[in-house]
Ligand binder design. Structure first.
Ligand code: GAL
Length: 660
């Protein structure tokens, strides 16, 4: 477990390096990431390499026993390269080469670009292969799925479609191209989605394009990975991912990499509305679930965000340390802060680092030093892992499906995943967010929200899980599409109706409105809750009704049901409950299984557990701006509740060791 920083020696006068390294050592920094944008300094002219400055700074850190994680600088090719080979510049959806001067503006598929990448990567990796302080490489920087529309990418996309379908007739059938005379008569007519009117394009074709775009990035990652490994077999290799508009398929992108790393920028201003789920805990669990193992934070929030947007609130006292420890509590084994010092030149001025532009060490820096100290004190946590019994299923298919066809205002793919994640968090229960096609056998509860795009594999996976005794939660907007993103012509949730023992009679996309919902007495005797975004009016044929709508023309009709399937149970929630309603529903599901959980946890307080053979570490995090003084109690059927009092300052993390 270590704390580190992201450092840009090429941005600073050389006479600052020695002092910076000394200060880092004193603060407790154990690792530094460098060079992801430094191509023009490493190869100022084609074939002329200047690594001496990097050697010098690597050496400086080595002398201080600080490890170095280098990055391949391929996100920002130098201007000479674009000038000499303009064909490596990305082409946008309007068919134009995009203006250079920013970053990430190269075409990953360009053979010339690949050739130049290979050369610079070879120089870098072979230079440090024997240096024990250079422990690994970050591939490129924050890669998105490749949406370049240049002639090379156009051909690649065409080939992807050709390989998938073999004949144009099969494509036409899969896409339903008889609509609007969209039938292909030759593969030459297959092109990337050009033009401004992307939402008017055929959703089946758009889903395939998104799949291709992801695959294209995965192929680029593997190109770099293989190259690095062919030179230095022992190097650790990762890439720093983030949550962006065009996300690649995380499971495929990281499949061959050593570990996942994530750029973690939690909100500095917490929403006033309690219904807004802001916690980054969900994102952290998503990251850990990609490889089902601990991960790294390659960039961690260190100050106000700014640069290309107006600045956001500064970090409240406790936030800097609290958010880093929150990442560790969810399985991070290293947290590197972005960035050591705030930039004083260039595009990223005002995206604040640990030290302000004045170069005077202030409040955030002191808190960072405290964090380094805390992590050193808890070194024994190293080697511990997280084992949960609840899983939420994620898939890129849904991510792309919803992006192509948003279902109603305010509803995003993450909406329900976050809502269920939050409800389990309220009960002090840890959750894994994992690939939808994973082996589910070890989980007591599996929540599979909004399975909009389906296929035979997921249908079989879920049926098998429930048949074997699993508790499955399905939700609205499931079973809508087949694998070609065509609507399935049978009552919703179509392929899952056998599991749910109920069908959807009709639905009302209510968007940001809220409506009343009443739980059955079995779950909750009292006031109604509210629901939002979507209302499926359910007709049970075999399932039991757990909640009904409390207003509108479908008042009294079923909103949530449960069905016995095999030896398991299948819940179907046709709507999205408010936060309290969700907590009540989830508590009912957990209680029904006789699982242990905790009552009395205030909203915004999170409990996570990392385990080791010798015992476990319980993390209590106050992710709110208020001091929390509360009594919680562990409950489990047939056992006497165990109560515990906790007092936590805003953003404070308490770590408790429990020996087995
Ligand atoms: C990240 C990126 C960094 C830096 C940071 C702050 O997304 O990887 O290079 O730009 O944001 O702006």
């Amino acid at each position: 477990m270590k704390i580190g920083v992201d450092y840009y020696p090429e941005h600073w006068d050389k006479n600052l390096w020695e002092k910076d390294a000394k200060d880092m050592k004193e603060a407790g920094v154990e690792i530094v990431r460098m060079a992801e944008f430094a191509w023009s300094r490493l190869e100022p002219e084609e074939g002329i390499y200047c690594f001496e400055w990097l050697d010098e700074i690597v050496e400086l850190f080595a002398r201080k026993q600080i490890q170095v994680f280098l990055s391949t600088p391929t996100c920002t090719p130098p201007l000479w390269l674009f000038e000499k080979y303009p064909e490596v510049i990305q082409v946008d959806k309007n068919g134009r080469r995009i203006p250079i001067g920013i970053r990430g503006h190269r075409c990953m598929n360009s053979p010339i670009y690949r050739e130049k990448c290979e050369k610079i990567i070879r120089q870098m990796v072979s230079r440090y292969a024997d240096n024990e302080w250079v422990i690994g490489y970050q591939i490129d920087n924050e890669l998105e799925a490749n949406h370049c529309c240049c002639p090379i990418c156009e051909e690649k996309f065409r080939l992807f479609i050709k390989n998938k379908y073999q004949t144009v007739d099969k494509v036409n059938e899969a896409y339903g191209n008889s609509v609007w005379s969209g039938e292909y008569s030759s593969f030459s007519q297959v092109k990337p989605p050009f033009g401004e009117h992307q939402t008017w394009l055929n959703p089946s074709y758009m889903l395939d394009f998104n799949r291709y775009a992801s695959e294209s990035t995965v192929e680029y990652v593997n190109f770099q990975r293989e190259l690095i490994h062919s030179i230095d077999e022992k190097a650790l290799i990762t890439t720093n991912t983030w949550l962006c508009e065009n996300m690649p398929d995380f499971y495929k992108m990281f499949e061959k990499l050593d570990f996942v790393s994530f750029d973690n920028y939690p909100a500095t201003k917490l929403p006033e509305n309690e219904e807004v789920l802001y916690s980054h805990a969900f994102h952290l669990d998503l990251m850990r679930g990609i490889k089902k193992k601990n991960f790294w934070i390659m960039e961690e929030l260190s100050g106000s965000l700014g640069s290309w947007t107006p600045m956001q609130s500064t970090l409240q006292p406790g936030m800097l340390e609290g958010y880093s420890l929150q990442a560790i509590a969810h399985g991070a084994d290293a947290v590197l802060h972005f960035r050591w010092r705030t930039a004083v030149t260039g595009a990223e001025m005002f995206w604040h680092g640990l030290i302000d532009q004045s170069n005077v060490k202030g409040r955030r820096y002191q808190e960072f030093c405290k964090l380094c100290h805390t992590v050193k004190e808890w070194k024994e946590i190293e080697g511990s892992i997280i084992k949960n019994h609840i899983a939420i299923l994620y898939s890129s298919e849904q991510e792309y499906g919803f992006k192509v066809q948003p279902q109603v205002e305010g509803m995003h793919y993450f909406t329900q995943m976050k809502a269920y994640h939050d409800a389990f968090t309220c009960l002090g229960i840890g959750v894994d967010v994992i690939d939808w096609l994973s082996d589910l056998s070890g989980y007591d509860i599996v929540v599979a929200p909004t399975l909009f795009v389906t296929n035979d594999k997921i249908e079989a996976n879920l049926k098998e899980y429930a048949r074997q005794g699993g508790t499955l939660v399905l939700t609205n907007r499931s079973g809508i599409k087949d694998e070609y993103n065509r609507c399935i012509m049978s009552p919703l949730p179509t392929v899952f109706s056998e599991l749910t023992g109920a069908v959807v009679k009709e639905y009302n996309p209510i968007g940001k409105k809220t409506q009343k919902i009443e739980m059955s007495d079995k779950i909750w005797k009292g006031k109604p809750f509210t629901c939002t975004l979507w209302c499926d009016v359910i007709e049970p044929n075999q399932a039991e009704v757990l909640a009904c709508y409390g207003e509108d023309f479908y008042q009294g009709e079923a909103a949530i049901t449960v069905n016995h399937y095999g030896s398991g149970k299948v819940y179907y929630a046709g709507t999205v409950l408010n936060r309290k309603g969700m907590a009540v529903l989830v508590e009912f599901i957990v209680k029904d299984l006789g699982m242990e959980y905790i009552q009395g946890i205030p909203f915004g307080v999170e409990r996570t557990v990392r385990q080791k053979e010798s015992g476990q570490y319980v993390f209590w995090f106050n992710n709110t701006e208020k001091k929390q003084d509360f009594v919680s109690w562990k409950v489990q059927e047939g056992k006497t509740p165990v109560t515990e009092r906790a007092i936590l300052e805003p953003f404070e993390m308490a770590i408790i060791k429990e020996i087995k």
